[in-house]
Design a protein around this ligand. Structure first.
Ligand code: FPP
Length: 235
C-alpha cells in the first residue's frame, strides 16, 4: 500500500469545536493536542516518515493576547509532558519558523526538544511555529542576496536546489499530501514553496474530531491521485 513519505497538516477548527460546546477557545486547542498525539502515533505506525503540522502562524499574533498566551503555554506543557514518550517512540522533533523572535523560555524549549530527540529516526515531527511561507521565502532571498554580495554565491548558481537550502526545511523532502481540516479552502501561507506539487485534501471535520478514521480517508484519497508533476501520464 502506498504511504506518503511526507504529510503536512493545517490543524484548523479548534475554536469552533470549543464554541459548539460553549467552552473557551483554549479548550479546543487543548483537545487539538490530543488529536495531534493520535495522528503522530498513527503516522509512525504506518511508516510515514515526516509529519509537518502548522501549530502557530506568523499571523496568529493578531489573535487576542489571552489566546496567544494560552497557545504558548500549551506548547510548553505539551513538550514537558510528552517529550519522554516522543523519545521512547523514536520521534524526532524539529521546529520550522522564526524561533529567534520568541521568548528565551520558548526558544529553550524548542532547542531542548530538538536536541533530546535528534537521534530518533522513526518519524520526523516538523512543527511549524511562528511560521509563514512568505516570511520564509523573503528570509531566504535576503540570505541569498547577502551571499551574492559577499561573493560566496554567483547569480547563475541560484537554482531550485540551492534555493531550498535557504528555507527552514533545507533539503527535507517536499510534502506529498497536505491536509486541511475545519472546512476552509485556502493555503493560509503554509509551505508555499514546498507544497508546489503536493496533493491537497480538505475536510469539514474540525481538528479535535480528526481521528484515525478521518486520517485514513485522506490517505485513501491520496492513493487514488495520479501524480504527474507537470508531465503526462506514462503509457
Ligand atoms: C487553528 O484552529 C489552530 C491553531 C491556530 C493552533 C493549532 C495548535 C494546536 C493543535 C496545538 C498543538 C501545538 C503544539 C506545538 C503542542 P482555530 O483556532 O483557527 O479554529 P477556528 O478556525 O475554529 O477558530
Amino acid at each position: 500500500m502506498v504511504v506518503p513519505n511526507h504529510v503536512a497538516i493545517i490543524m484548523d477548527g479548534n475554536g469552533r469545536w470549543a464554541r459548539e460546546r460553549l467552552m473557551p477557545r483554549y479548550y479546543g486547542h487543548r483537545e487539538g493536542v490530543k488529536s495531534l498525539k493520535r495522528i503522530v502515533s498513527y503516522s509512525s505506525d504506518i511508516g510515514i516518515k515526516i509529519l509537518t503540522v502548522y501549530a502557530f502562524s506568523t499571523e496568529n499574533w493578531k489573535r487576542p493576547i489571552r489566546e496567544v498566551q494560552a497557545l504558548m503555554q500549551l506548547m510548553e506543557q505539551t513538550f514537558a509532558l510528552e517529550l519522554e514518550e516522543l523519545i521512547a517512540n523514536g520521534v524526532r522533533v524539529k521546529v520550522i519558523g522564526d524561533i529567534a523572535s520568541l521568548s528565551p523560555k520558548q526558544q529553550r524549549i524548542w532547542q531542548m526538544a530538538e536536541e533530546r530527540t535528534k537521534h530518533n529516526q522513526r518519524l520526523l515531527l516538523n512543527v511549524a511555529f511562528n511560521y509563514g511561507g512568505r516570511m520564509e521565502i523573503v528570509r531566504a532571498v535576503r540570505s541569498i542576496a547577502e551571499a551574492v554580495q559577499e561573493g560566496r554565491l554567483a547569480v547563475d548558481q541560484i537554482t531550485d536546489d540551492v534555493f531550498v537550502q535557504y528555507l527552514f526545511t533545507n533539503d527535507l523532502a517536499d510534502p506529498d499530501l497536505i491536509i486541511r481540516t475545519g472546512g476552509e479552502l485556502r493555503l493560509s501561507n503554509f509551505l508555499l514553496w514546498q507544497g508546489a506539487y503536493a496533493e491537497w485534501y480538505f475536510t469539514d471535520t474540525l481538528w479535535p474530531d480528526f481521528d484515525v478514521e478521518e486520517f485514513e480517508k485522506a490517505l485513501a484519497s491520496f492513493r487514488q491521485r495520479e501524480r504527474r508533476f507537470g508531465s503526462i501520464k506514462e503509457k
